[in-house]
Design a protein around this ligand. Structure first.
Ligand code: NAP
Length: 249
């Protein structure tokens, strides 16, 4: 008997939830609770942290979870590390549904950096307009470069004042389109982009738009997580769970 726990919060996790529901798989979808109105899932859903690796191990035992799928965002490294540790403690099979990172295409002007601090340091000295496509928890370090005008895009409106003196906020939920991001970048006069190498199609439009407009992209590499089995498609995860993937027509 399979009873899967899907650590979610990404569009890939949502596709997996759809496939699991279609296959009538016994599965629970877990949200971290960062988004105010997360998408409804066709599976029983829980929200919020487990309390570290030991909390997740307790949850796995309590809920008789047989398989864990880590379908979190590639930058959600803490959750991924906890999943590895908890599955080790409880001897539960784990797989990561992880999209490949974006690769630089010929003509792309990327400055590849390992972390946020290096991204801040890679910005030019002279005032420019920066599209900061990195998630709200990470914008504070950019306050040390207050000369720039920043455009930010969030799923929810900010609850408090932003730490950046010149910030223009777009509230919108992806996926985004190339045409839409080209229009947005032209209309706002974006000259630099700071992005995390999330991979996947949903967030790729800004990278393609930057390439078309010949704009420099400061690309932050993914954080390290311990080695674990990986799948790069929902079909592969469904097979691992012992089911045919039912992705619809
Ligand atoms: P994180 O730093 O890896 O997780 C921090 C803690 O949040 C975890 O230790 C866990 O708490 C809880 N948590 C995270 N995901 C969870 C889940 N699916 N179910 C239950 N608990 C969960 O991850 P994060 O804080 O969510 O985000 C880290 C980075 O990833 C951020 O940079 C964020 O912008 C990015 N991210 C992007 C997307 C997206 O674009 N779709 C979605 C999510 C995250 P406990 O230790 O208490 O269990």
């Amino acid at each position: 008997m399979v009873r899967a726990l899907i650590l979610g919060g990404t569009s890939d996790a949502n596709l997996l939830a759809e496939a699991a529901a279609r296959a009538e798989l016994d599965a629970i979808y877990s949200y971290g609770g960062r988004t105010r109105a997360p998408a409804h899932q066709p599976l029983p859903t829980r929200t919020g942290g487990f309390g570290g690796a030991s909390g997740l191990a307790d949850y796995i035992r309590r809920e008789s979870i047989t398989h864990v799928v880590d379908a979190t965002h590639p930058f959600a490294a803490e959750m991924s590390r906890n999943a590895v540790a908890a599955c080790m403690i409880t001897q539960t099979p784990l797989i990561a549904l992880e999209r490949a990172p974006w690769a630089k295409a010929t003509g792309d002007s990327w400055i590849e950096v390992p972390d946020i601090a290096s991204a801040v340091a890679a910005l030019p000295e002279q005032r420019t307009r920066v599209f900061l496509a990195i998630g709200r928890q990470h914008i504070a370090p950019f306050a040390t470069r207050p000369q720039h005008a920043y455009t930010l895009r969030f799923v929810d409106p900010p609850e408090a004042a932003l730490p950046l003196p010149d910030a223009d906020v777009i509230v919108s939920r992806g996926p985004f389109t190339l045409t839409g991001d080209l229009d947005m970048m032209r209309a706002r006069g974006i000259a630099w982009i700071v992005a995390r190498n999330s991979g996947g199609d949903g967030a790729r439009a800004k990278i393609d738009a930057a390439g078309e407009l010949g704009l420099p992209v400061i690309m932050i590499a993914r954080p390290q997580v311990p080695d674990r089995p990986r799948a790069d498609s929902v079909t592969e995860v469904m097979q691992w769970l012992g089911h045919r993937a039912c992705l619809g027509a």
